[in-house]
Design a protein around this ligand. Sequence first.
Ligand code: NAP
Ligand code: ZN
Length: 341
Amino acid sequence: MKAARLEAIGSLFLRDVTTPDPGPDDLLVRVEACGVCGTDRHLLAGEFPSTPPVTLGHEFAGIVEAVGGAVVHFRPGMRITGDPNIHCGRCAQCRRGRINLCENLRAIGIHRDGGFADYVIVPQRQAYELPLTLPAEHGAFCEPLACCLHGVDLAEIRAGSSVAVLGGGVIGLLTVQLARLAGATTVVLVTRQAVRRTLAGTLGATASVDPAAGDVVDQVAGRNGIVPGGVDVVIECAGVAETVRQAPKLARAGGTVVILGVLPQGETVPIEPFDLLFREIRLLGSFINPSTHARAATLVAEGAIKVEPLISRRIGLAEVPDAIANPPRAGEVKVLVMPGR
Ligand code: NAP
Ligand code: ZN
């Protein structure tokens, strides 16, 4: 079979490899779709630790082709989405129930072979069934959606909440939708590209802000802003210093800030502790998808989250090295790899 292999930092090639055999607890899955994620670019650049040689691709869904002897529930022909993040279940964090903080976390597509291939091995514990009636591509959104769900859960959005989402990439556009589903009646998206602000309006954002049109804090939380005094919840989905700096200033007193975006390790951002204390701002980090993958699969399966408008390009395996080596094209939201093409 074909697989896009990270052979060393900076070296990603399409290779012919042996189709893997499922172990007793494994499913052999024929990949239908696997999303390209910013993390794949970081892995290629060596900005995020991985264990090459390894096949990349951690946002995958596909059809079960064969199952190991100890597999229950899953049968050949079923469609599944895989949660790539495998926790050990034994370490202190796992035993506390904090499985995303597992000391021995291993991820499919980072530490073991992933979904930019014709087939991927998925331990049964990591698989969630999806309906066969769903368009194949939609399953690839479960993984990023599960990460956004964790952030929205931490934010404790309630019916009637006001929310600002910073950054209109796939994470921001999924978060806008989840915020509305969670009951927010005001959802403001801040992002630079006009096409994304327009798209957000069709996905449930009630307002959008262009950072180039003036001070973002004034536009959102100022006296004449969209929510004077600030919003209940700010979710940072851009992963840049500027938006992290803005985030606490956009929240009302007693409000919550959740950081979903990933800044490079070592980068610092000035934060005013007096402001956090005086206004009791809750500042939280949200890391991956602890126990949220099943709900993400349900949301995608039920069509409760619109993913079709987020698909910018569909490519084959041969185009993977180029797509990951180059920055995303202007306006692009999600590129999907469809090995069957
Ligand atoms: P992305 O496509 O890069 O989206 C981020 C978007 O933020 C950019 O496309 C950009 O859109 C916008 N942006 C950049 N600078 C901005 C600014 N100054 N003000 C407002 N918007 C700005 O990435 P993504 O895939 O959506 O992921 C977003 C972040 O989440 C990344 O850092 C990613 O690593 C992280 N992430 C975290 C988790 C987790 O578990 N916490 C999981 C998955 C991803 P415009 O050009 O329109 O401004
Ligand atoms: Zn563990």
